[in-house]
Design a protein. Structure first.
Ligand SMILES: Nc1ncnc2c1ncn2[C@@H]1O[C@H](COP(=O)(O)OP(=O)(O)O)[C@@H](O)[C@H]1O
Ligand SMILES: O=C(CO)[C@@H](O)[C@@H](O)COP(=O)(O)O
Length: 570
């Protein structure tokens, strides 16, 4: 092929901590340049930026300006790294974490950027892992179950606290003025496309999974009125017309052309969710191909030609991954985040020094030590609920449990038990799909955790099945680039574009029968533990106590000062 005729697309992935742009060749999906921009405010969890206003437990916000900065920095950075002329770029596509959602005015201005509202927590975008709307989700679920709302089964029987209605109801009930000022309640996935094109669109994926749009519309006004009479008009703030994945949302406008350095007028594809877009990058858009995007959290995405009710799934949406098929989603709210938490809070300095001496990260050092053990040698089993449970229990007020620790337990034992716990959580999800009549024919791993070969092997052994691996380290951004190629007209549809531009290696990690048998025993213990704590009786109580104690003044404050030494002269 004549390189001078090469055309390119840019994919931009807006993650939890950073945004990444990748420049991709349209003909074969080669990634020719990439750049990452870390959000200045990362995740806003304690206080609002530049303000003394503190946030409550389980809050997680983000800054829209951090997202714009990705367009200004990472996109031109990726084009420069690719060493191509921007005039060769024919389209740009984006994906976002979800449900990351914000209140905005009718012209798309985020309310946190409106005069006088910057110090109002509810004016800020709520990140997907904002879990403070659990009581609102509980009410949504109770009212929907009582009214026998038909849409509930499409969402595995429960709406998550992470999704758009729970977060919107929280705004209404905790800051009605901000709620009233919000003319739009919009996914960041669609807001960023609005910033790029000047055109407001709503993608079928986010609306379907996160905003209870079942194809026929949103939940009824009567249902919303039962939650709160003032919530009746909520759906007017959402999108009324939905745009198909791979569709053309609009064209890069002059302002965004100046930000990105790309030619004004190039195709901008309809917004998408990070997990779902990755299926295209792995060329895994056929029925039964389950793609697990394993990073901070894990999302499980699977197209199917069958519509079924899968308990505890996040949702099944027509055209939700690729047009023409049902798209299923399930998920684990904490995976890499759990290992990250452990490394940050529970590893002695001697381990850090040894890792440094060996030129490894602490993760790599612990992984090596853990990998030297036989299955079950640590005597532990854990529940992976440090960030609640998305599937199959749909309860973010659950928390983690580790059983079996002794005075001989070493950090690598616990690290291994945590890796295994997330693999067991994945097995619960796969089994629930298969038990519900939705076969999983191939398990494809994507995301940052695929680099940990030991972890991948644990998953193959625990799941008792081969694991295929995506052929890109930036699956989300590559998937967005593939969607951009479709929107620009370079391919007729996502399936054709995925076949040409996406890639995966099949059956890279194979299960070992001996280890798989040993894991079956541990998995049985995991299931017992899972079912024992699933009702939340104890874990909800502990969380309530934590929340009360952290806000209460009644205990007379913390005890300070050192105890007097027994027997010391005083
Ligand atoms: N060697 C490792 N093994 C297991 N987990 C790791 C390792 N290195 C980093 N992590 C975890 O991986 C997560 C980051 O995954 P990544 O896919 O890069 O992020 P994201 O989900 O935000 O896209 C972090 O939560 C971190 O704690
Ligand atoms: O929930 C979804 C997608 O539905 C994800 O956006 C969310 O879990 C965040 O994903 P990451 O862990 O940041 O990759």
């Amino acid at each position: 092929m004549n390189a001078n005729n090469d055309r390119y697309v840019v994919g931009v992935d807006f993650g939890t901590l950073s945004g990444r742009a990748v420049v991709v060749r349209v003909s074969d999906g080669a990634e020719v340049g990439t750049a990452v921009h870390e959000y200045a405010h990362r995740v806003i969890e304690e206080r609002l930026p530049g303000s003394a206003v503190r946030l409550g437990p389980d809050w997680a916000l983000q800054s829209p300006e951090d997202w714009r900065q990705v367009l200004r920095v990472a996109v031109p950075g990726a084009v420069a790294a690719a060493g191509i002329s921007p005039s060769k770029v024919i389209g740009l596509g984006t994906d976002f974490t979800a449900c990351t959602v914000l209140p905005a005015t009718a012209d798309g201005t985020p309310l946190c950027e409106v005069d006088g509202l910057a110090e109002r927590p509810h004016a800020w975008p709520k990140l997907w892992k904002h879990h403070a709307a659990q009581p609102h989700a509980d009410r949504i679920n109770a009212v929907a179950a009582r009214r026998k709302e038909t849409w509930l089964s499409r969402y595995g029987g429960k709406i998550s606290a992470e999704w758009a209605f729970a977060k919107g109801l929280q705004v209404l009930e905790e800051d009605p003025e901000v709620y009233g000022r919000a003319e739009r309640w919009i996914e960041a996935a669609d807001w960023i496309v609005w910033q790029l094109t000047g055109v407001e669109t709503r993608n079928v994926c986010a609306a379907g999974y996160k905003a209870i749009h079942t194809g026929g519309g949103y939940p009824s006004a009567e249902f919303l009125a039962e939650l709160n009479p003032a919530f009746t008009g909520f759906t007017a703030k959402l999108g009324q017309e939905l745009s198909p994945l791979g569709g053309l949302a609009g064209r890069l406008d002059a302002r965004a052309a100046a930000w990105t350095g790309l030619p004004e007028g190039i195709a901008i594809s309809v917004g998408n969710v990070d997990a779902h877009v990755t299926a295209a990058a792995a060329d895994a858009v056929r029925p039964g191909q389950m793609v697990a995007i394993m990073g901070t959290s894990t999302c499980h995405i699977m197209p199917s030609d069958a519509l079924a009710e899968v308990p505890g799934m996040c949702g099944v949406v027509r055209d939700g991954i690729v047009p023409g098929l049902w798209g299923y989603e399930a998920g684990q709210s904490g995976v890499g985040d759990i290992f990250g938490w452990f490394v940050e809070t529970s590893v002695p300095g001697s381990y850090e020094r040894e890792a440094e001496r060996r030129g490894l990260t602490v993760h790599e050092h612990l992984t090596e030590l853990a990998a030297a053990q036989r299955v079950g040698q640590h005597g532990l089993v854990a529940l992976d609920w440090h960030n609640g449970n998305r599937s199959v229990l749909v309860d973010h007020d659950l928390s983690a449990v580790i059983v079996g620790q002794t005075l001989a337990t070493r950090p690598e034992d616990t690290y291994r038990a945590l890796i295994e716990a997330t693999a067991f959580g994945a097995r619960v999800i796969v089994e629930t799909f298969e038990d519900s009549g939705v076969p999983v024919t191939e398990f494809v791993a994507a995301g940052g955790l695929i680099k940990n070969r030991f972890l991948m092997q644990v998953y193959a052994d625990v799941l008792r099945r081969p694991i295929s691996v995506i052929g890109s380290e930036q699956g989300c951004a590559l998937g967005s680039a593939i969607h951009a190629a479709v929107a620009a007209g370079a391919y007729p549809d996502i399936t054709a574009a995925s076949a040409a531009m996406g890639r995966r290696a099949e059956a890279v990690h194979l299960p070992d029968a001996g280890r798989a048998d040993a894991y079956d025993r541990l998995y049985a213990d995991y299931r017992r533990l899972h079912d024992h704590f699933a009702d939340g009786e104890m874990l909800h109580g502990l969380r309530a106590l934590r929340n009360e104690a952290s806000t209460s003044k009644e205990q007379g404050g913390r005890v300070t000062g050192l105890p007097r030494v027994m027997g010391a002269a005083g």
